[in-house]
Design a protein. Structure first.
Length: 563
């Protein structure tokens, strides 16, 4: 009993809509801010690290641009003019300069070591300028250039991207030197102790949480490729978590709103789904008890439920019509059986029994005349044999009407050939002939017999063609006549109302063997009867297989031409 209650819609709505929402809200409130804070830390750390990598890559690209230009100028000074952001000096060893170079250039040359090495990038401590020292090609000297830090566009690159948080950017060039920074920067002597500076200058990249100073900071650090610099981004975590705590304060209000929504969901489910479905179930039970108009009245609810009720009502009406047609068909079959029995009894009494009585009299006459007149006995014996042959022919005719002997002995194709020959029709057999099941062969034979009788007696056909195709998946029997045709109703059961039971019998025989029946007819255009059945109930049926041998075109070639 408990299982039945658990499967009711109101319980299911509670279990699948209301209860999960309440459990989710309770679990969310119980977890507190710890888990959400950790998730936020991970999210912000990853975002800051990606930002640091992007800014560092941009700085390295811009430095590489100036470096490449200065190296080209060192090799061919006349071909490459000086960029306006650069201040360039040529200092050749053991050669006096025509003009005294600035201090940053002199300091850059003084720090050089022999032999002359590749390009070096430094930051002048006094002027905060970026300095390049490039060896001259073919000469003992250097091309020294510098540009202000602003030329790298660091102010634009280090703009805060979280408007609700105080973000700090720092481009560090030495443990005690910040090249450029935005935000809350440390004092000059505290740069080395700043979190992320040491690993960034050593070439490492990553994130960490700095809790020194009483405030948690998300720190992302990464080196600047091609330089001895590192970029450090620091962001306070509390400013990012403030919206989350604000949401937790609203949690009771959200739970109240969820409860109200759940109540209306339950009411909607009961009012527009559960009760209409219960009414529909009662109507279905009444239909099962024989009240075929039980689903005629609407049950309300959703449009889909009303569509289901209409489909149920239409099914009940079809079921009622099929039952009525089946009763008429069974009555007609029973009447036909009784008529056939009466006819057989009458013919047996009027012909076979009378013939047997005459045979008995003739035998007695022969017996009496054997001694009296032997010559006459010979003639009487001839008459007796003729009467025996006639009786035998009558019995064969009866047995053939009840069960065709060729069908059981030779198979479907020879039996159809005899049947078609007697009807004056044409037969075409294609495919590899095979013996079918007894029920299937008898059903196809009787359908062909009924179709031929209809074409001869009712359609007044001039040409009748029969096609039998043994395919790979099943057998196809098609009968076409060019008779008067008729108007096909939407349902074959409607023919029983007018007392026409032939097509109904064909459909019943087809259904019994698991086949498909198609009947096509129009007034003045003849009739097509096509039966297709698989060889056994487990075989798939290719309904279009027989068309591949051109049998459909052969059938329609016998269609009567319009006058």
């Amino acid at each position: 009993m408990s299982k039945i209650h658990l499967r009711r819609l109101r319980i299911q709505v509670l279990l699948w809509t209301i209860l999960p929402g309440i459990i989710f809200l309770i679990a969310f409130s119980l977890t507190g801010s710890g888990g959400h804070e950790q998730s936020m830390r991970t999210l912000v750390a990853g975002e800051n690290l990606r930002l640091a990598d992007a800014v560092a890559t941009t700085i390295a690209t811009r430095i590489d641009h100036y470096t490449a230009h200065l190296e080209l100028m060192a090799g061919a000074p006349a071909a490459y003019p000086t960029l306006k952001e650069l201040d360039v000096w040529r200092i050749i060893q053991n050669q006096p300069a025509t003009e005294q170079p600035p201090d940053w250039a002199t300091a850059a040359v003084a720090s050089a070591t022999a032999p002359v090495t590749g390009t070096q990038v430094t930051v002048d401590a006094n002027t905060s300028r970026i300095v390049w020292r490039v060896p001259l090609r073919g000469q003992e000297g250097w091309l020294v250039g510098s540009a202000p830090v602003a030329a790298l566009g660091l102010g634009e690159l280090m703009a805060p991207f979280h408007p609700d948080a105080t973000t700090t950017f720092a481009l560090v060039g030495a443990p005690d030197r910040i090249i450029h920074g935005v935000g809350q920067l440390p004092a000059a002597g505290e740069v080395a102790a700043w979190s992320g500076v040491a690993p960034g200058l050593s070439g490492a990249s990553g994130t960490l949480v700095d809790t020194l100073g009483g405030e948690a900071m998300i720190v992302a650090y990464t080196p600047v490729a091609g330089t001895p610099w590192a970029l450090v981004i620091r962001e306070p975590l509390n400013a990012l978590l403030a919206p989350l705590f604000h949401f937790e304060n609203l949690l009771p209000l959200i739970m109240a709103a969820a409860a109200i929504i759940s109540f209306f969901t339950l009411y909607f489910g009961l009012r527009y789904i559960a009760r209409p479905l219960q009414s529909l179930a009662l109507q279905a039970n009444r239909i099962g008890q024989g009240e075929f108009d039980a689903a005629a009245e609407p049950v309300g609810g959703l449009e889909e439920i009303e569509d289901l009720r209409q489909a149920l009502h239409a099914m009940a009406q079809r079921l009622q019509a099929n039952q009525a047609a089946m009763r008429d068909y069974v009555h007609a079959v029973t009447a036909a059986q009784e008529d056939e029995r009466a006819r057989l009894a009458r013919e047996l009494h009027d012909e076979t029994v009378q013939t047997l009585i005459a045979l008995d009299h003739k035998a007695q006459m022969v017996q009496r005349s054997l001694n009296r007149n032997p010559e006459r006995s010979s003639d009487q014996m001839a008459d007796l044999r003729h009467m025996i042959a006639g009786a035998t022919q009558d019995v064969r005719r009866f047995t053939q009407a009840l069960r065709p002997p060729y069908l059981a002995d030779l198979g479907l194709a020879p039996a159809l050939e005899m049947l078609v020959r007697e009807a004056g029709a044409e037969l075409c057999v294609s495919g590899t002939e095979r013996r079918l099941g007894e029920d299937l062969e008898l059903a196809l034979y009787r359908i062909a017999q009924e179709a031929l009788n209809n074409a001869l007696r009712h359609a007044h056909a001039q040409t009748i063609r029969v096609a039998l195709h043994f395919g790979l998946t099943g057998v196809t029997l098609a009968i076409h006549d060019d008779g008067v045709g008729f108007i096909m109703p939407d349902k074959l059961t409607e023919l029983t109302k007018a007392g026409h039971f032939g097509l109904m019998g064909m459909r019943e025989r087809t259904d019994l063997v698991g086949g498909q029946l198609r009947v096509k007819s129009r007034p003045g255009e003849g009739t097509d009867v096509i039966v297709q059945s698989p060889y056994d109930e487990y075989s798939p049926l290719n309904a279009a297989e027989w068309k591949g041998d051109g049998l459909e075109a052969w059938l329609l070639a016998g269609r009567r031409q319009p006058q």
